[in-house]
Design a protein around this ligand. Structure first.
Ligand code: PXL
Length: 276
């Protein structure tokens, strides 16, 4: 495995197994030196807990990035997840310019929506700002809901290949380069991920586990970034990340107390193994 330094920008939800508490261990298990820029600190994530605290760190971000610049620190990739505000998205776009080494990769998970709805913290202005970030990225990993928001497409619970093709065509027309579209299910027993690169469609189908766990998007995106940065081609990285995510969900099933996240930790060794 090669040794590379990447930066991930997303929130710290102190409890809830999502965003940085998932990305950091997964990227480390993938053998990457992972620098972090926390976008906010929340007591928990916002999907299911109530009364959570939020400390927005937007105002700290420019000084942190300026310090790195002064130290000459540059990253081979910047991977963004859940971001707290439209202003923060603009700062991230600056960080792409100032903190990436020449030819470095911009990887954007537009973590803002699922199941046809935006997460509670977001509005139409946030979606507009996210469009700019996504369409200047090298790789983006939306789920179907997010792709719909990014392309102003009405969300549909049931769909066919033609609907997905049209969604991907709109993403490409808006400027998306490589799109990893997650949660694409054409048959009840399976789901999968579409890798869309240079107009070519490739689908990795795998078993669908009924229990939808919160945080699987973050597990998936982090595992994908780990595999991709270790030199796996996009389709192979998408497959490794999907298999890992399925194993994480299997490991979480059957525990009613664990509704808030994915028990990914006992399976981390399998990811490291897959990347050897
Ligand atoms: O998993 C995405 C995510 C990350 N961070 C926070 C969230 C969510 C999803 O709801 O609330 C704070």
């Amino acid at each position: 495995m090669s040794y590379q330094r990447i930066l991930t920008i997303q929130d710290i939800s102190c409890v809830g197994q999502c965003s940085l508490t998932v990305a950091l261990p997964i990227l480390s298990a993938a053998g990457l030196e992972t620098a972090i820029l926390p976008s906010a600190v929340l007591s928990t994530h916002t999907a299911g807990f109530t009364g959570y605290t939020v400390r927005d760190l937007t105002d700290d971000m420019p000084a942190i990035a300026a310090h790195w610049q002064k130290e000459g620190l540059r990253f081979q990739a910047v991977y963004t997840g859940y971001l707290g505000s439209t202003r923060q998205i603009d700062m991230v776009r600056d960080i792409f310019t100032t903190c990436l080494q020449p030819g470095g990769l911009r990887i954007v998970d537009p973590a803002m929506a699922d199941n046809g709805k935006l997460y509670p913290a977001f509005d139409a202005a946030f979606v507009q700002a996210m469009k700019q970030l996504v369409f200047e990225a090298d790789i983006t990993l939306p789920n179907i809901t997010e792709a719909c928001y990014l392309t102003d497409t009405p969300y549909r619970e049931t769909y066919d290949r033609a609907y997905i093709d049209a969604l991907l065509a709109k993403m490409a027309a808006a400027g998306a380069k490589t799109v990893i579209l997650t949660g694409v299910s054409y048959r009840p027993a399976t789901t999968g991920v579409v890798v869309f690169e240079n107009g070519a469609y490739a689908y990795y189908e795998h078993k669908r586990i009924e229990k939808g766990c919160h945080g699987t998007g973050d597990v998936y995106a982090s595992a994908f970034v780990g595999a991709y940065m270790q030199g796996k081609p996009a389709y192979e990285a998408a497959r490794i990340a999907a298999d890992f995510t399925v194993r994480c969900i299997e490991n979480t099933q059957g525990d009613p107390d664990h509704w808030y996240g994915v028990k990914f930790e006992p399976v981390l060794g399998e990811l490291a193994q897959a990347l050897r």
